[in-house]
Design a protein around this ligand. Structure first.
Ligand SMILES: *Cc1c(COP(=O)(O)O)cnc(C)c1O
Length: 361
């Protein structure tokens, strides 16, 4: 079988080196005679795994000391509820920027707990851009300001983080965390489901500024209270041990490969290859405004639904897998996360050229 390149939006491609290491350690983790899946979450081996995963993450992201790192369950979607339950507790107000289906779901949850002001939206443009933000429309007394830094389905990404003054920014970074360096101190909370750029599904990363912990109402269930997880160092109950282990290996892989600066350079080069080709193509086009284009998720279309189907089918036969666009958007989408090798994009672009030649409009 030839090489397979998986362009899935998530669960997504993982680094081969990480999978090989996990395979090597599968039956006997460091002489324990047990698999990581079989280790007690309170034993010394797993303690070492979770502590070093956090330490490596802190190092590669430059997370300041006044931020807590949590490994939770429930996916990014559970954060849509946990955020308002824990933070919309002062003035019971929050500002949201609406950039697609993930912000929509988050807005629906937040409305259950207080007043939501949608300060900007790209809905009228079918979410093909990150809307212009006008700080004069921001609520000065909002408990937080919510953004989705990368919109996985539509392929848009913030290039600048808004200045919200003293209002903490909450960022859903599920699909672009660890893709470029970020200044964590600009955020109150960063969260991300793991299955795009971190590791296997099952673990959700939450990075939260200390002063935002402990604000939940007394009636909030323990498992949904950040303070409970902070106090227990993510071990209030059994955590997703194996997912945390793989995430730790991915953090190591990033560190060994030059850290986030090197990751960004690589991601810029990969995305450029694909966008440059699409922009000069007579067959393919990108629906996304150039200034808002994502480095991680690249939607493209031929403008002919039947031709899109043919493309996806033929690409699959060449080992270029999971290129179908989101069911609500159609067309194609290449998700090119950190672990997608450059060779994968080269192979995709080569195939697109060939397809274009054979299917002239
Ligand atoms: C995938 C995704 C989610 C949902 O993640 P789950 O872990 O499935 O809940 C939320 N936000 C963004 C930006 C995503 O890409």
């Amino acid at each position: 079988m030839g090489d397979i390149y998986n362009f899935s939006a998530g669960p997504a491609v993982l680094p081969k080196e990480v999978l090989k290491k996990a395979a090597d350690e599968m039956l006997d983790f460091k002489g324990s005679g047990m698999s990581v899946m079989e280790l007690s979450h309170r034993g010394k081996e797993f303690t070492q795994i979770i502590e070093s995963a956090e330490a490596t993450l802190r190092e590669i992201m430059g997370i300041p000391d006044n931020y807590k790192v949590l490994f939770l369950q429930g996916g990014a979607s559970m954060q849509f509820s946990m955020i308002p339950m824990n933070l919309m507790t002062n003035n019971k107000k929050a500002d949201y920027v609406h950039t697609g289906q993930w912000s929509k779901k988050a807005i629906v949850e937040a409305k259950k707990f207080g007043d939501v002001s949608v300060v900007a939206s790209s809905e009228e443009d079918h979410f093909t851009n990150i809307p212009k933000l006008d700080p004069s429309t921001f609520s000065k007394d909002a408990d937080y300001f919510y953004i989705v830094t990368n919109n996985t389905i539509y392929g848009t990404e913030y290039k600048d983080i808004p200045d919200t003054g003293d209002v903490p920014i909450v960022a859903d970074m599920s699909s672009n965390i660890l893709s470029v360096p970020v200044d964590v101190s600009k955020f109150g909370v960063i969260f991300a489901g793991a299955q795009k750029n971190i590791g296997p599904a099952g673990v959700t990363l939450v990075i939260i500024r200390e002063d935002l912990v402990g604000k939940a109402d007394e009636k909030v269930p323990a498992l949904l209270d950040y303070k409970v997880h902070v106090d227990a160092k993510s071990l209030y109950n059994t955590p997703p041990c194996y997912s945390i282990y793989i995430a730790g290996l991915v953090f190591e892989w990033i560190k060994e490969n030059g850290g986030l600066a090197a990751v960004e350079k690589n991601n810029q080069e990969k995305a450029k290859m694909l966008y440059d080709y699409v922009d000069q193509s007579d067959l393919f086009s990108s629906p996304v405004e150039p200034a808002s284009r994502s480095l991680m998720n690249v939607p493209f279309v031929t403008g002919d639904k039947e031709l899109d189907v043919k493309f996806i089918e033929e690409a699959g036969k060449r080992g270029l897998k999971t290129l179908k666009g989101h069911r609500t958007v159609g067309g194609m989408r290449a998700s090119i996360y950190n672990a997608m090798p450059k060779k994968g994009i080269e192979t995709l672009v080569e195939f697109m050229k060939e397809f274009e030649k054979d299917n002239k409009k």
